[in-house]
Every structure is written in C-alpha cells, then in structure tokens.
Design a protein around this ligand. Structure first.
Ligand code: GRG
Length: 309
C-alpha cells in the first residue's frame, strides 16, 4: 500500500455523528453552489426552465456522496464541488425527461408541478438537454486543483453513466417491461443498477477519482455504492406503496398503476425492507478500514434505509 493509502486507514472508533445536521449543512452548501452555477442569459425562458427544476429542492444525495467521498480520500471542496453540481444537473435532467408524457407522465416532482407542466413539453425536453450538456461543460471548465487526467476520467465516467450503458439503457428496459407480469429478479436488477445505481456509483467514484485515490480505494468505494444503490431503489419501491404524495413530493402509487414490477411485488414489503437493511450493512462493512473518517458515508447509508421520502 502506498503512503497516501496508509493515511486513509484508521482504527474504527464510535463517535456520535449528527446525521440530520450533516445532511442539512451539506445540502445548504450544495444549494448555494447550484444557485451560482447557472445564470439567466438570453433566451431567458430556457435558463429559467433549467433553474426551475435544478433549484426545486430534493435530497441532493448525489452531490453529498461525491463531496463525502472526495473528503474521505483527501480531496477538497474546491476540487469536488463542480462535479457535485454536475451530478445534480444530470440527475435533474433525468427527472425532467422521466416525467414527460412520453415516459412516466407525472404532474408533480419535488412538491412542484413538473417542468413540462410549467414550460410545455418542448421546453422541458430542451431544459433537460441544456442541463446535460452544461453538466459536462461545468466539470471541464470549473474543476480546480485536479490533475487534467483525472478530470477526463470523471468526464468519461459521467458519459458512460448517462448513456445506453447506464441511465438511458435502464430507462429503455424499464419502459419495455411495463405491464409485463413475468419480469424476473435479474431484469429488475438490470433496470435499477442502470437507472438508479449507476449515477449513485458515479457520484461516489468521481469523488475518489478527483482526490486521486488508488484503485484499491475506488473498488472498495464502488462496492459501497453498488450496495447503497440497490438499497436506495428497494426503499424507493417501498415508499411508492407506503408514503403519501406530500411526503414524496410526487404522485405516490404510480408503480402499481403502471403495473411495474418492483421489489415489493417480487418479495413482499417485509422481505424487501430486510434485504435493503442487509445491503446497507454490507455497504457499511466496506468502510471499516477508514475508521471515524467514514462516518458521513456510513450515515448516508443508514439514512437511505430509514428515510421516509
Ligand atoms: C440521462 C440522457 C439521459 C436521459 C434520461 C429518463 C431517463 C433517461 C432515465 C430515468 C432515470 C430515473 C428518473 C431514475 C430514477 C432514479 C430515482 C430513484 C430518482 C429519485 O431520486 P431521489 O429520491 O430524488 O434522490 P430527489 O428529488 O430527492 O433528488
């Protein structure tokens, strides 16, 4: 192990970590950076539409994960914040497109009318496209104090994550699977590792790449991310059944209505919850070598399985 890796390895200590306060603080930091990331220019309408969804709230989990991993592996806020913002731009554009009538056809997102309900389908498509393109521009032009080779690695990783090998591929299989009762656990897992897991994994991995972490750490952190990614989706499926529209900020019960295969439909609610807990335990086990420094990543994993929205 190289010297830099030794510094990351600390004995595990039990510290009291205030998860709520941590998430609140990090979310506020990310919100400020997002607000400053896009200024209104001409034509105003498209910038307003992009900002409408980008600044509509949400848990900001992807940027928080990127910042936490960068910090864990020796990076700074300056190194990771542009990528953290880009991850949220990509996530937001995927929500805008997912909500369109041609896809999931949702009227509410993050407690507000969806982008196309406010600006029309044409502008909503373009707002998504604008955010996606800007995410890449933002990483390439705003990242400071990072070796250019690592910036290119992050850009390449993001490209793979959003394309047919990631979100787009997962979404296509999801659309094809609607209304089919014979969906297997393997197909469901493909959909979710691509649609949801890939961006969560890229959030964690990009933080580590920016901090120039070793492959050994990147692999360990990827494993953490894959486990929380699947747990996140299982809880998402459970909340679609058990939570209210107000809690979710969108219409609950859409999976049943669209006859979508979900983890609760395959395993039942209780087994799904137990499986999510198992995955979070496995994710946390990956962090044992980091000691107290990994408390934020442990806390996010616990939050994923206990969240109610
Ligand atoms: C990426 C080019 C490109 C196209 C998009 C529409 C599409 C292709 C993919 C769908 C991706 C999608 C909407 C996945 C669902 C992921 C998910 C569980 C979203 C909810 O995430 P939260 O709970 O939401 O973190 P907040 O609002 O808190 O950020």
């Amino acid at each position: 192990m190289v010297q830099a890796d030794k510094k990351l390895t600390e004995p595990e200590t039990s510290t009291i970590f205030d998860l709520n306060n941590y998430l609140k603080q990090q979310k506020a930091l990310v919100e400020r950076a997002l607000d400053q990331s896009i200024a209104i220019a001409r034509p105003e309408k498209i910038y307003e539409a992009m900002r409408y969804s980008l600044l509509a709230g949400g848990k900001r989990l992807r940027p928080i994960l990127c910042l936490a991993t960068s910090d864990l592996t020796g990076g700074t806020l300056e190194m990771a914040m542009p990528t953290a913002c880009a991850l949220e731009m990509i996530h937001t554009m995927s929500l805008i497109h997912d909500d369109l009538p041609a896809m999931d056809n949702d009227d509410f997102r993050r407690g507000k009318p969806t982008n196309h309900k406010v600006y029309g389908d044409d502008i909503a498509i373009l707002a998504g496209d604008g955010l996606l393109a800007y995410a890449f521009e933002y990483v390439a032009t705003q990242t400071k104090n990072v070796n250019p080779e690592n910036i290119i690695r992050v850009v390449a990783r993001l490209g793979r994550t959003v394309g047919a090998a990631g979100l787009v591929g997962g979404q296509v299989l999801d659309l094809e699977s609607e209304g089919k009762s014979e969906i297997t656990a393997e197909t469901l897992s493909f959909i979710h590792t691509h649609k949801t897991g890939a961006l969560l994994e890229a959030s964690v991995v990009s933080g580590a790449i920016l901090a120039n972490a070793s492959e050994e750490h990147i692999t360990r952190l990827s494993n953490y991310a894959q486990n929380i990614g699947l747990a996140f989706q299982i809880i998402d499926d459970i909340l679609d059944i058990t939570a209210t529209d107000e809690q979710l900020g969108k219409t609950a019960g859409k999976d049943l209505q669209a006859q979508k295969a979900t983890y609760p439909s395959l395993w039942g609610l209780e087994k799904s919850q137990a499986k999510a807990q198992e995955l979070v335990d496995s994710a946390i086990a990956q962090l044992s070598i980091y000691g107290a420094k990994a408390e934020p990543l442990r806390a996010v994993a616990k939050y994923i399985v206990t969240r109610d929205r």
